[in-house]
Design a protein around this ligand. Sequence first.
Ligand code: AMP
Ligand code: MG
Length: 348
Amino acid sequence: MNTVMVQMRDGIDEDGIRRAGEILRRGGLVAFPTETVYGLGADALDAEAAAKIYRAKGRPSDNPLIVHIADWEAIQHIVSEVPREARLLADAFWPGPLTMILNKSEAVPLTTTGGLTTVAVRMPDHEVARALIRAGGGYIAAPSANTSGRPSPTQARHVAEDMDGVIDMIIDGGDVTIGLESTIVDLTGETPTILRPGYISREMLAKVLGTVETDRALLADDDRIRPKAPGMKYRHYAPRAELIIVEGPEQRVRERINELTARRQAEGRSVGIIGTDESLGFYGAGMVKSIGSRRDERTIAQHLYSILREFDDSDVSVIYSESFETPQMGQAIMNRLIKAAGHQIIHV
Ligand code: AMP
Ligand code: MG
């Protein structure tokens, strides 16, 4: 298949959106920018189109897709009932990086929901994404546009690495602004529950809803507790090299990373280091990269996936990373980093 790349870095190209919308209406696949990460879109109400997403990504069929909408009214058609909490959250955070789990209507095929009777819904805060959703029929299923298991794409180039020749079109909207997938909140139980942490924190949700819980599987560093979001159980975001997180007071973390680097190099291994703008100068050896600045956690979230992909393009066989327990997005950043590391953490 020939994959067409369409430029929309400076905003919407009407002709490109029209062509992309036609592809979606025909049951094809279009990757597009959102504020979180790039999504791989198909018509969410067409089971065959949704099935193509799983095939293109190599995604397990029990890992449901998020349905993206562009207008609040669209929600009525895909859920059986709109709870009061959904309206409150939409008023506060949509369009934005928040996904709500609701009971689905008949209109949504089980292929889209991975066999579940609930559906995940989000309205993205990106004008290209919303124009595409409208052009494509109003309901676009879109997981992250990476091959299953690889770091999520935060640039169109990353999408092309994984999906060139496999999908119909990639819309290049430049770098995403957030860089981590949406917060997922389940509104189908007694108490609203966070199934995946993201930019919208528990505190922000609690201000609107009162009590908000966090899925126990997220808090416990224990693979045996089954997460409520099926996708959270899979190994994810992993670079090709072994990744190990070093956690503790900043100064001791840096010292330990230098020691470990020297040891691995003595064994003949090539080492990568994930530091920050503040710590770069402390590392004497290895391939050192800054993920961003501790003074601005947004920069850390933005570069997490691209830095993992950069190391994939190098010859390092082991990567040591500092840990990033930042104020708002720390839980989300560490959730992704710990998965990428396959739970390998050294506490100092
Ligand atoms: P991605 O779009 O690649 O960020 O993945 C979507 C995430 O949403 C996965 O972790 C899914 O398991 C989760 N998800 C989607 N639909 C549901 C649902 N109905 N119930 C629980 N989790 C869901
Ligand atoms: Mg994903």
